[in-house]
Ligand binder design. Structure first.
Ligand code: GLV
Length: 320
């Protein structure tokens, strides 16, 4: 008998087809609306497999309620939305989609860094608002990227891919990571720094570490105080790594120069969020991996791993 699975959003056709060939599929088929919690609870009760997104909290309640569940496949590299500990206790496999999104997310991170440094969004809005009356020496001036110091927090795959891009811009690249990576340091010409050194010396600080209990509010008031007044903070990981109240104060009081944020503590971020009032913040709606090709690959990887797990084989990207 075919296994039954639930898919929590409309996914690319190619991935859906792979799944439909081997499973009885039920899907929340809306593109721009997450599955309501009560529907998710009800639909997962009897399924063998779950294909989900980072927008769904696959918590203790869902996992304990789903008595047949064998595999949870998350179409994302981050899996902080899943209670992996409870899943492991229940022998449920959890998978993610690393690798396929590395370069695309590094591209976006560098684009956000550049937009923040050179005030691209603000400049475009300035023009459209009819404020461009003349060319002027210091009008809309930003920070240089070439030759600047970049500090990367978290030297995983995306951190390394970002470092390569930065090297192409003649940046000096520092990194902080739980464990030092001497081979990669040498290969890419990077320098290791303590978190404090990195924060106080960098012109650009890029957050690319996973979100865990340990990295919750890793960047708070004390850390922001250490940064240069010309520093730009770029977050393309998870919003919870930065204390947003402290960030707002630091930006408002010009303790740091600007921030580029693709992620927020609560997503979608409320339009009343104070960070959205500030002109020195570039905001994006969590689009790090959003290229057409990459999103299709992520869906395919998540589908393949879900099927492997359902067949009792080891998925390629098992996290527990
Ligand atoms: C996106 O944020 C991901 O974790 O894949």
């Amino acid at each position: 008998m075919k296994p039954t699975i639930y898919i929590t959003r409309k996914i690319p056709d190619e991935a859906l087809q792979i799944l439909e060939e081997e499973c009885n599929v039920k899907m929340w088929d809306k593109e721009d609306q997450p599955v309501p919690r009560e529907v998710l609870v009800k639909e997962t009760r009897e399924v063998d497999g779950l294909f989900c997104l980072l927008t769904e909290a696959i918590d203790k309640e869902i996992i304990e309620n789903a008595s047949h569940l064998k595999v949870v496949s998350n179409m994302a590299v981050g899996y902080d939305n899943i209670d992996v500990e409870t899943a492991s206790q229940k022998n449920i496999m959890v998978t993610n989609t690393p690798g396929v999104l590395t370069e695309t997310t590094a591209d976006l991170t560098f684009a956000l860094l550049m937009s923040t440094a050179r005030r691209l969004i603000e400049s475009s809005n300035y023009l459209r608002a009819g404020k461009w009356s003349t060319w002027s020496p210091m009008q809309l001036t930003g920070q240089d990227i070439h030759g600047a110091k970049l500090g990367i927090i978290g030297l995983g795959r995306i951190g390394q891919a970002l470092a390569k891009r930065a090297k192409g811009f003649d940046m000096e690249v520092y990194y902080y990571n739980r464990s030092r990576k001497p081979k990669i340091e040498e290969e890419l010409g990077l320098q290791y720094a303590s978190l404090e050194e990195l924060l106080s010396d960098s012109d650009f600080i890029s957050i690319l570490t996973p979100y865990t209990a340990e990295t919750h509010h890793l960047i708070g008031e004390k850390e922001l105080q250490l940064m240069k007044s010309s520093a730009c903070l770029i977050n393309t990981s998870r919003g919870g790594i930065v204390n947003e109240d402290a960030l707002y104060s630091a930006l408002k009081q010009k303790k740091i120069w600007a921030a580029g944020l693709d992620v927020f503590d609560e997503e979608p971020v409320s339009l009343n969020h104070p960070l959205l009032e500030l002109s020195n913040v570039v905001t994006l709606p969590h689009i790090g991996s959003a290229s057409i090709a990459t999103r299709k690959k992520m869906a395919a990887v998540a589908a393949e791993d879900l099927l492997l797990g359902l067949k009792g084989e080891t998925p390629k990207h098992l996290v527990n």
